[in-house]
Design a protein around this ligand. Structure first.
Ligand SMILES: [Zn+2]
Length: 288
């Protein structure tokens, strides 16, 4: 051994014996933004969470790439919403070559047709608990940490739910007209609003027909609706047409499937988005 390599050898020995081993983080990949935000709130510094969907991508029409398979191969936990929301997920995980991967279908107990389970905050809470349990299963050493952070997050969701209840009970207008796809059915049901979406399906793939739009214009006029809501990440063209035809104004209502690059960089949270939605609902439905 040369002098130089002997020196390096001892340096490495010294470093290994004096530095604590870097704490190994649990590696988690999630599909949609709500799951990503729940996971990072529960995991905090114990967990490295990756959002699979690229920023700004519409979630319902997403198709995973070969790179996505690689990303998940290196992870310990893969979290998706449900077979309804990510119909590609089951086949996708079969293609992942890993014997350590725990697959979590966070919304699997909600078997209705509507995949937007995170927009009913009681269902969101159940999803948080499933994520918590998966973290504990893979990293039992931090069990009490995950129990505490999940409890904290559950409290934020129940507070949010109470704020929605309190605000939306006092609205003059109970008809929520949405120039987007049918994403807010659970939310409307929970707070006793009548929900009418321009797109007939649970995904934005099938655009409304001219006849659908003409009917909706009549409904808007009939209920004297002053504000129409548009959704995130898809073109608000349908909502704009409705507004032009009726003189109504536009307000944003984000279902938070995914975020833009800018929003992600700003660190926007699920709770923040839902609070902004409530502000717009309050304005648009004329709540006290
Ligand atoms: Zn959707």
């Amino acid at each position: 051994m040369s002098k130089k390599s002997a020196f390096l050898f001892f340096l490495i020995l010294l470093l290994n014996s004096t530095l604590p081993a870097a704490e190994k983080k649990l590696t988690v990949v999630t599909t949609l933004f709500p799951l990503y935000d729940f996971a990072r709130n529960i995991g905090q510094d114990k967990v490295a969470v990756t959002l699979l969907l690229p920023p700004g991508i519409e979630a319902h029409s997403y198709e995973p790439s070969a790179g996505d398979v690689l990303k998940v191969s290196g992870a310990e936990i893969f979290i998706y919403t449900s077979k309804l929301m990510e119909p590609w997920a089951e086949k996708f995980v079969r293609g992942v070559d890993s014997n350590k991967l725990l697959v979590v279908e966070a919304g699997e107990y909600f078997t209705a047709k509507d995949p937007h389970t995170w927009l009913d905050f009681s269902k969101a809470l159940a999803m948080v608990n499933r994520i918590r349990d998966a973290f504990i299963a893979k990293d039992v050493a931090n069990k009490f940490f995950y129990l505490a952070t999940a409890k904290q997050y559950n409290k934020m969701l129940t507070d949010l739910d109470a704020e929605y209840q309190k605000t939306l009970v006092g609205c003059q207008n109970k008809v929520l007209i949405h120039g987007g796809h049918f994403a807010f059915g659970y939310l409307a049901q929970r707070y006793r609003l009548r929900y009418i979406a321009a797109y007939k399906g649970f995904s934005p793939e099938a655009e409304p027909t001219p006849r659908n739009l003409a009917e909706l214009v009549d409904t808007i006029k009939q209920y004297k609706v002053k504000y129409i809501f548009y959704e995130e990440l898809i073109s608000p063209r349908v909502a704009e047409v409705l507004a032009q035809e009726t003189g109504a104004q536009l307000l944003k209502l984000s279902a938070a499937h995914n975020l833009t690059r800018k929003e992600l960089d700003r660190g926007v949270s699920f709770i923040e988005i839902m609070k902004a939605n409530l502000e717009n609902l309050k304005k648009g439905l004329l709540c006290q």
